[in-house]
Design a protein around this ligand. Structure first.
Ligand code: SAM
Length: 385
């Protein structure tokens, strides 16, 4: 067993034969942060490190140059250091003789220097000149990410990356997308920017929201930036008549509660090929579910009930999409630290309906007596299960 002092650890980590993929500092001894995670990032072709520092429920991000890493990371503030390097993990634990080092072999490849990482950045990057991002408050005037908007920036980039993966396989020359519950429309604007200004394809994108102030403001911005194919319509998606015509994608990011159900239902009824939906505020099942059997221990305590109901809601939606002929997967589209509502339902219409898949939901619903809007609408429209 080896014991090391701070300068020895820094010398070791700076040595040529160590390629750091990740450092996690935890178990605070002193200082202001509860945890710090360090990862290599390539910015404009140059290796930097990104520091993600956690303080109570806030997260701070900072990029530092490779040679300045250890001037910015307070190693001694923490009792535990986990360093993932190429080929081995180094685990340092504080003791009265210094830091005890334990090594573990691993099969990790060099992320920071792989060609993948050099080219793989966000689709929209800090420093890109996208004036609407400044107007929306995501970028500062110097095109830097506004700190408090980092999570939104990350969510949107990831959302667009996921759409882009599907778009590439379907080789569309033009694209029509409807965004349900678009709100301030960070996503809607950037999806438009991505397809029209970066991919150079014709796009028609409509954002729907029930709030007139956000809809008016978004239309003003779309006009100001010459986004002619982008429009915002004041609608209640649960009852208003929406766009009729060929639609390639329905998207929704955190559309409240049953607004997500109406988005999914619209896509199903209109045979929309692709759906990307990140649900939020799943209150409906939580408010209506009754104790009736083996899941009762999950609905006894408020917190469990809320989380269980929310998962049940999204599992039901997923099963309905599959029943309606959509190949559906459920992915964590960003890390939990960037949004606790981080589950995306990604669905593509590939096959015929299989209504048998609705039977399990019906049985659960009959037993636990909850309401679930998508199930109710879809089953009303089906003659027989
Ligand atoms: C949490 S915000 C998300 C906004 C945006 N998609 C984002 O991720 O930043 C949810 C939005 O859904 C809208 N909404 C809720 N119910 C709706 C309905 N029935 N019809 C249209 N919009 C609705 C709200 O007005 C709100 O702007």
């Amino acid at each position: 067993m080896k014991y090391m002092k701070e300068n020895e650890i820094i010398n070791l980590l700076n040595s040529q034969d160590i390629a750091i993929n990740k450092i996690v500092l935890s178990d605070r001894a002193q200082g202001e942060y509860d945890k710090i995670i360090v990862r290599p990032v390539v910015i404009k072709g140059v290796k930097n490190y990104q520091l993600e520092s956690f303080k109570t429920n806030k997260v701070f991000h900072k990029n530092v140059k490779e040679n300045e890493l250890f001037n910015n990371v307070p190693l001694m503030d923490f009792k535990q250091m986990f360093v993932e390097t190429v080929g081995k993990n180094l685990i340092f634990s504080a003791s009265k003789n210094g830091f005890k080092l334990k090594e573990q072999a691993n099969e990790i490849k060099d992320l920071a220097n792989s060609s993948h990482n050099k080219t793989k950045q966000y689709l929209i990057n800090e420093g890109d000149n996208v004036p609407v991002m400044v107007e929306l408050g995501i970028f500062t005037k110097e095109n830097k990410i506004v700190r408090t908007m980092y999570d939104k920036f990350k969510q949107i980039n990831r959302f667009i990356e996921i759409i882009d993966d599907v778009y590439k396989t379907q080789k569309l020359n033009e694209i029509t997308i409807l965004d349900f519950g678009c709100g301030k429309s960070y996503l809607t604007f950037l999806v438009y920017h991505y397809f029209v200004n970066i991919k150079k394809i014709k796009a028609k994108i409509i954002g729907y929201d029930i709030k007139s102030d956000v809809v008016n403001n978004c239309n003003i911005l779309a006009k100001k930036y010459g986004y002619t194919g982008l429009e915002f319509i004041l609608s209640d998606v649960s009852k208003d008549k929406l766009f009729e015509g060929k639609i390639d994608m329905v998207i929704s990011l955190h559309a409240c509660d049953t607004a997500t159900d109406y988005a999914l239902n619209f896509a199903i009824q209109n045979n929309v090929k692709n759906i990307f939906s990140v649900p939020c505020c799943q209150h409906e099942v939580n408010l209506s579910i009754k104790p009736a059997g083996e899941y009762d221990i999950l609905i006894k305590d408020g917190l469990f009930k809320e989380r269980f109901s929310s998962l049940l809601t999204d599992a039901i939606r997923t099963q309905i999409l599959r029943a309606m002929g959509y190949s559906t997967d459920v992915i964590e589209f960003v890390g939990f630290e960037h949004s606790p509502k981080n589950i995306m339902l990604r669905a593509t219409k590939t096959k015929d309906k299989n209504l048998q898949l609705l039977k399990d939901i019906e049985a659960l619903k009959n037993k636990y007596k909850f309401n679930q809007t998508l199930f109710d609408i879809v089953t009303k429209k089906q003659t027989k299960l």
